[in-house]
Design a protein around this ligand. Sequence first.
Ligand SMILES: CCCC[C@H](NC(=O)[C@H](Cc1ccccc1)NC(=O)N1CCOCC1)C(=O)N[C@@H](CC1CCCCC1)C(O)(O)C(F)(F)C(=O)NC
Length: 330
Amino acid sequence: RQTGTVETDAEKHDVEYLTPISIGTPPQNLIVDFDTGSSDLWVFSTEMAAKDIKGQAVYDPNNSSTSEKLQGSTWQITYGDGSSSSGDVYLDTVTIGNLTVPNQAVEAATKVSDEFTDDANNDGLLGLGFSSINTVQPTPQNTFFDNIKNNLDAPLFTADLKHGAPGSYNFGYIDPAAYVGNISWTPVDSSQGFWSFTSPGYAVGTEAMRNHSISGIADTGTTLLLLPKSVVKAYYEEIQGAQYDSNQGGYVFPCSPTPPDFVFGVSDGIVTVPGDMVSYAPVDSANQDCFGGIQSDTGIGFSIFGDVALKTSFVVFDAGGLQLGWGAKN
Ligand SMILES: CCCC[C@H](NC(=O)[C@H](Cc1ccccc1)NC(=O)N1CCOCC1)C(=O)N[C@@H](CC1CCCCC1)C(O)(O)C(F)(F)C(=O)NC
């Protein structure tokens, strides 16, 4: 039985959290986005056209004595923000922190959309969703976590994302020093391949909780907190000068004063998103107006509790109990 931990770095405005992994023999080091909203481990590779690589590190299967091509297998994924990638598949050794999976499916990109080419810091994605939504054809492959979870002290991982500071992903154990008080547990519906749960209600600032079920996914790969239009409207109504700005594609409001907190329920507990984390980022150099960290989930079909929500808490993704745990950070 084993456990592991790895540090993850917040990019500017916590837009994404990037984490080092190594692939192959000798180890090739890449920095990727751990994403509980998808289930493919794919990386920039030497099989891509040079014009599509702008600063990223690449995986070279020919430079790894342990790589083995998964003949006839391909993958293709399109994400909620419209970005996409595709390629072929190798089995190779993947190490995260002190944890190693000897024959992990590593999806080598042959093509990526411009959003990925333009994100120089990100060398790929490591999916931590359920393997049922892995896109490899003809045979879907297991995620790193699914491959290692039976060797862990416990079949769970935790995300401790921070605001503008390095955080950590732990595998196989719950670090008691990472949270205070009790963890609030809520059941997970994994039928769509996501870490889905239902929040019983929400509150704006110091107001009373409103009974309003919100069903959504805990998603480390989404930057913002995307909620039902009615909830978002109720929140921004409490901020002087807040308005929907079609140019920015979301609600914008004066950066000061600090907006009210946003509170959502998690079974018997509550999670508070502090107002200063709702001001996601200034929309202009004059820093007058801020783009909201809470936006609408219209068109998605469910809400997304992305980094704006996750970085407030110590979150336990428990595949054994099929439950999510939200703890107050230490
Ligand atoms: C429906 C709304 C979801 C949008 C979500 N994307 C996002 O949240 C991207 C993430 C990003 C950060 C930096 C650079 C590039 C992209 N950020 C983003 O749209 N914004 C715009 C608003 O300001 C904040 C940054 C998404 O597609 N998340 C993917 C994973 C990302 C894909 C693009 C690269 C980064 C990871 C996901 O897997 O979490 C998913 F669940 F949404 C999904 O599509 N699953 C299949």
